[in-house]
Design a protein around this ligand. Structure first.
Ligand code: ATP
Ligand code: MG
Length: 451
């Protein structure tokens, strides 16, 4: 079945006779023990059935860079149905391009059949690219060398065979990796036109892995940024989420701005970068997220989005109050407006809305530090998120750091001491004195402590 597809592709000029450079273990130093047990067993089983199978993509790149891979992808000559037959716990997923998820214990390995490029095949009767050159389909099977060609960057196109511990390299990706150079396979402008998301990937990979974007790969980006507008919103969202949760969100967002990729194209990024008031807040939120990921703490996308949009909410809230609406109803209306407008633009899917609102709506309650209210707030199941959010507001200069410190103390002491704190709080003279002492050269409050 596969050979039928191969016939087409060998006619393409670029595919003739390209041989991979075989990088031996002595050069790359990746032992098969570094491959996850699931990926190892998948490649081994496929090879036992006379298919070729390699670990591919980000995992090989990250292992050579000395990073722990997030997940393992396998590329094989077997079709999805053939893969499916070999693994009991597996399922075929994807509509546009079908891949197989193979499960072992809690691990899932993504197995894809080598793909060719639809442009290079002879299926030209069907429309395969839009008027800007964006590929609408790339779902033909191909050979391993074609599979390498359709990948984005040279260092993402390395194939590792655990049985021989060899890396197969068709595009000098190994050398680029050693030189920390991010280089597009093929003609960069054409590749960005085929899939504008590659511009975001270039920025994310270079910023998160400390790679330099090769000049010819970087050069076309500035003039092509508008193409991102043609990419389906859900796909952009996925890519943005990857970027924001990469552990290097701060560097990535700075780099996006530097490449001019933030403007007018991604509603969510506009929000992040075009609010001078909120910029400090957003940057702190990004650093805070990065720190949590570095420390292997959980991060919730809703918390992050709540941070990214907070100053939008504040602005809308103030406006509604100015129109005579009482504070709390005005806050609710403002939240609805902002969540609604993000969902309309598909910048942030609706499913995150209620978690974001929970965090926001808690904020005015942190300013009430008398009576029973603080006791109730501490018991709120979402208190921790609300409190972390408050600390960001303190650190950004929006809220008096003393309030954050008060809540830090309040949650950690026993009932009796809590009551004492309340009493102090109710006494205005103390509050004034404390504030005066803190003001000159006051340090911003500590960032949210990872829990
Ligand atoms: P990470 O998973 O760390 O974000 P990755 O490079 O593994 O990075 P994936 O989205 O998992 O990214 O993709 C796996 C591989 O598929 C990539 O290494 C690359 O070879 C290929 N790939 C992914 N997206 C594209 C794209 N837009 N164009 C061409 N090839 C791509
Ligand atoms: Mg990956």
């Amino acid at each position: 079945m596969i050979s039928k597809f191969f016939g087409n592709v060998f006619s393409g000029r670029i595919f003739k006779g390209r041989q991979p450079r075989i990088v031996p273990y002595s050069e790359h130093g990746i032992a098969r023990e570094r491959i996850s047990p699931c990926a190892l067993s998948v490649t081994q089983t496929l090879q036992e059935h006379n298919y070729t199978a390699f670990v591919v993509g980000g995992a090989v790149r990250d292992l050579i860079l000395g990073w722990e891979p997030k997940d393992f992808d396998v590329a094989t000559s077997a079709t999805p149905e053939q893969v499916r037959q070999l693994f009991r716990r597996s399922r075929i997923i994807g509509r546009r391009f079908r891949i197989v998820h193979v499960m072992c214990g809690r691990e899932t390995v993504e197995v894809s059949t080598y793909r060719g490029s639809a442009l290079a095949s002879e299926e030209n009767e069907q429309q395969i690219a839009d008027e800007h050159g964006r590929l609408l389909r790339d779902n033909v099977f191909g050979t391993q060398e074609q599979d390498a060609i359709r990948r984005d960057f040279t260092l993402n196109a390395l194939f590792y065979d655990p049985s021989t511990q060899q890396v197969w390299d068709y595009h000098n990706g190994f050398e680029d990796l050693k030189k920390k150079r991010l280089r597009m396979i093929g003609d960069p402008e054409q590749r960005y036109r085929e899939d504008p998301v590659r511009m975001l990937r270039a920025v994310r990979l270079s910023a998160s892995r400390g790679l330099d974007i090769d000049q010819p790969t970087r050069a076309p980006i500035k003039s092509l940024t508008a193409l991102l507008a043609n990419v389906p919103a859900a796909r952009l969202f996925d890519e943005m989420l990857k970027l924001l949760l990469s552990g290097h969100a701060y560097e990535c967002v700075m780099a996006l701005r530097q490449e001019g990729l933030h403007h007018g194209l991604l509603p969510m990024l506009d929000v992040i970068l075009d609010q001078p008031m909120g910029e400090r807040f957003v940057m702190l939120a990004l650093r805070n997220t990065d720190a949590r990921i570095k420390n292997e703490k959980s991060v919730s996308p809703s918390f992050l989005f709540a941070s990214l949009l907070w100053h939008e909410v504040l602005a809308a809230w103030k406006k509604l109050e100015g129109e005579g609406i009482p504070p709390i109803p005005a806050l609710y209306q403002a939240m609805d407006q902002i969540v609604q407008s993000q969902a309309e633009k598909l910048a942030i899917p609706r499913r995150y809305g209620s978690d974001m609102k929970e965090i926001w709506v808690m904020q005015p309650r942190f300013h009430q530090r008398s009576g029973r209210r603080p006791f109730r707030l501490v018991e709120n199941p979402r208190f921790r998120a609300g409190y972390d959010f408050l600390l960001l507001r303190c650190a950004s200069g929006e809220v008096d750091p003393a309030i954050g410190e008060w809540w830090t103390r309040f949650q950690h002491v026993d009932e009796g001491e809590r009551k004492a704190l309340l009493t102090q709080e109710a006494e205005p003279a103390t509050r004034k004195r404390r504030r005066r002492r803190r003001r000159p050269g006051a340090e911003p409050a500590k960032q949210a402590e990872p829990s």
